[in-house]
Design a protein around this ligand. Structure first.
Ligand code: SAH
Ligand code: SF4
Ligand code: F3S
Length: 430
């Protein structure tokens, strides 16, 4: 079970590879499981609560099957460390995000009834272990860096994922080739701030150069990346996408807040104007690119005026979609100590206003796509299992009727209806 960001989804692929090597098969049914590993997130309190709730729910399966092993991995474990066992004593092992390679050893011990708690040390890369079990042979992730040194004042990630380290280009190229050999057609390069790739490496390489090199390999037709940070996002990256063949036209550039005052308190290191200029450059050079963002509402000290500036930015820049979050206090971060915390009701009221405005914009943008034809990589069935689902190069989800033989293939689809999150299409028969 995986919670959290794509980094965790990718880590889970690696965990699954180890688990498989230990002789396990996978099941959808909890009651059939002899091993359950929950890969956790702690970016907001809501995630934490949900995870502890889930782990407590699993307790009853231990009574039904005394041999059941329950393990926890990931960021929440790194944050709570030993204290975690007080909350969920029935857990057999708990390790941080940098100890995944110990899993085979830990499972062996757990089978003998020996509990294990991680050492929570920071580690350098181990290239080999980054090759995961690719669940869908056509879509996967490649982590190009680890950790984060930005210390945005609200964020727990640098404390649980450690310092920023870029991976050597040779290792990335090796993994890239491995993914291509596995049949991957859509890969996402992952990092907390991919735009600062290359810092600290012996070789003089930056993110734009990395993308150009991977594009030139011409092995994987869709290369995506996330997440970008506005302070490091630059024209060279936009030009690489413009001139590249396989680099996707979707840019996720979180702005977090539309007021310079709040951005400063967030330690984001850019101004609203600088952000706007970067977006304008993207729009000028890549007119068809989709732009998405993350926004935090109710950061300590956010006045009605600050919040209105966030609304204004959303209205002016017209993002294809936005992930909106209510600010969540994370103990240990700087913002947790700020005294001017915003009451929950105010945060809730503000986020509702923001979501309503963004939803209207998303629908308006998607409606304009009706009648257009897109090439879609089909990834599987939609939630209701009634239709197929895939994505455009710009990362828009398209659902349409078709049979399973199309999964993993590229098909042309005409958009018949644009909704808020998804586009409804029909396959074009050529
Ligand atoms: N490194 C990425 C992703 C970080 S986590 C980035 O810098 O964008 C994903 C999103 O969670 C962030 O962009 C932010 O909008 C949100 N987030 C992080 N900490 C938060 C907190 N304490 N409360 C609410 N949202 C938070
Ligand atoms: Fe958190 Fe900021 Fe790092 Fe993103 S860049 S992970 S928001 S500290
Ligand atoms: Fe969550 Fe860790 Fe990702 S805290 S958002 S899983 S880096």
């Amino acid at each position: 079970m995986t919670y959290g960001c794509q980094m965790n989804v990718h880590d889970s692929e690696i965990i699954k590879k180890y688990v498989k090597e230990c002789g396990y098969d996978f099941t959808e049914k909890i009651e059939n499981a002899s091993l359950i590993i929950i890969n956790t997130c702690c970016v907001r309190e809501s995630a934490e609560k949900r995870i502890y709730g889930r782990v407590n729910f699993l307790k009853k399966f231990k009574y039904l099957n005394p041999y059941l092993i329950i393990g926890m991995a990931g960021c929440l474990v790194q944050k709570d460390k030993k204290a975690l066992f007080k909350k969920v004593p029935h857990v057999d092992f708990a390790i941080g995000p940098q100890e995944i390679s110990k899993i085979p050893e830990i499972i062996k011990e757990a089978r003998k009834g020996i509990k294990y708690i991680g050492d929570f040390k920071e580690r350098e890369f181990i290239g080999e272990s980054e090759k995961g079990l690719i669940e869908h042979p056509y879509q996967s992730w490649l982590s190009i860096m680890k950790g984060c040194d930005n210390y945005c004042s609200y964020c727990i990630v640098p404390y649980v994922r450690g310092h920023e380290i870029s991976k050597d280009y040779n290792i990335i190229e090796d993994e890239f080739k491995y993914l291509a050999q596995c049949g991957v057609k859509d890969v996402t390069l992952l990092g907390q701030n991919v735009n600062s790739y290359g810092k600290g490496l012996e070789e003089n390489i930056n993110f734009a150069e990395l993308m150009i090199r991977l594009d030139k390999q011409d092995l994987i037709p869709r290369i995506r990346f996330m997440t970008s940070h506005p302070k490091d996002f630059n024209e060279a990256i936009v030009n690489a996408i413009k001139n590249g063949k396989n680099l996707c036209d979707h840019i996720h550039l979180p702005f977090q807040a539309g007021s310079d005052n709040i951005l400063k308190k967030m330690n984001r290191k850019y101004t609203v104007n600088e952000y706007i200029k970067k977006i304008e450059f993207v729009r000028q050079e890549l007119p068809d690119a989709a732009l998405t963002t993350d926004i935090i509402v109710g950061f300590p000290g956010e006045t009605e005026e600050d919040f209105n500036q966030t609304i204004k930015l959303v209205q002016d820049l017209r993002f294809d979609s936005a992930h909106t979050f209510i600010y969540s206090i994370r103990t240990g971060t700087k913002a947790a100590e700020f005294e001017d915390q915003i009451p929950e009701e105010v945060k809730k009221e503000r986020i509702k206003r923001l979501i309503d405005i963004q939803n209207d914009i998303s629908i308006e943008i998607n409606k304009k796509l009706e009648g257009k034809i897109y090439n879609i990589l089909v990834e599987g069935r939609d939630k209701n299992k009634t239709r197929l689902q895939g994505r455009t190069t710009s990362n828009k989800i398209v659902v349409f009727k078709g049979d399973d033989s199309l999964i993993g293939k590229f098909v042309d689809v005409k958009i018949i209806e644009g909704l808020h999150w998804t586009l409804i299409g029909e396959k074009i028969n050529v």
